[in-house]
Ligand binder design. Structure first.
Ligand code: AMP
Length: 221
């Protein structure tokens, strides 16, 4: 079985990228790079990048390309993004989100072998995200209806109090969807040769199985 070395997860906020990423990491032993998680960690640590990024994130806008490209360029140069023979290997989740970000990957010879596009209707996303609760400790996702923790408001895995992210409220969600449609959805066409489109409006396990099947088969389309 051959699997791609450089993969990108593409999909609107709430399309299920995080869940699919976790499954791909477990099955393919690839390093998962979520720019949303990296930025939230920078915000929590109070770094300069984090404080700057927060002003964009809280209102559902994209952080400027130069900030994001610098962040990801530094991260993919680390050892956990290289296989034993030195081949660069990663799963990008939330990057690229604009055409200039995609260009920046190409410029570094790091264009993707496979782009997994999770396709989900906007109204499904709004329902998923407004009910989403997240663990700031370990990143585990919960949902007020579909995935409740064992103890209300507390992460099952690390006991941290769950949060309702500022950008998971309806107004910023609508803004993030509009941003996705304007700035990120052109990447679907840009990556038509590497694209694997999956219907994301199914149970998480079904979505993951469909992704694994298509990624392992190396089939774009
Ligand atoms: P996410 O968790 O992937 O939905 O990301 C949360 C927020 O982080 C987004 O709404 C953006 O404000 C910011 N962000 C994450 N990745 C990027 C990126 N590649 N380019 C610009 N902004 C980003």
């Amino acid at each position: 079985m051959t699997t791609p070395n450089r993969m990108i997860l593409l999909g609107a906020p709430g399309a299920g990228k995080g869940t699919v990423a976790k499954g791909l990491v477990d099955h393919l032993k690839v390093t998962h790079l979520s720019t949303g998680d990296m930025l939230r960690a920078a915000v929590a640590a109070g770094t300069e990048v984090g404080l700057h990024a927060k002003t964009f994130m809280d209102r559902g806008a994209l952080v400027p390309d130069d900030v994001m490209v610098a962040l990801i360029a530094e991260r993919v140069s680390q050892d956990d993004c290289k296989s034993e023979d030195g081949t660069v290997r990663f799963l990008l989740d939330g990057f690229p989100r604009t055409l200039p970000q995609a260009d920046a990957l190409d410029d570094r010879g790091l264009g993707p072998d496979a782009v997994i596009h999770l396709d989900v209707a906007n109204e499904v996303v709004v329902g998923r995200l407004t009910g989403r609760r997240s663990c700031p400790g370990c990143g585990a996702p919960y949902h007020v209806e579909f995935k409740q923790p064992k103890v209300a408001g507390i992460c099952d895995i690390c006991d941290t109090a769950l949060v309702h992210r500022a950008d998971d409220r309806e107004e910023p969600i609508r803004k993030r969807l509009a941003t996705y449609s304007a700035q990120t959805s052109p990447l679907v066409e840009r990556y038509s040769a590497e694209l694997i489109t999956i219907d994301g409006d199914n149970a998480p396990s079904a979505v993951l199985n469909a992704v694994l099947e298509r990624v392992s088969a190396g089939s774009a389309g």
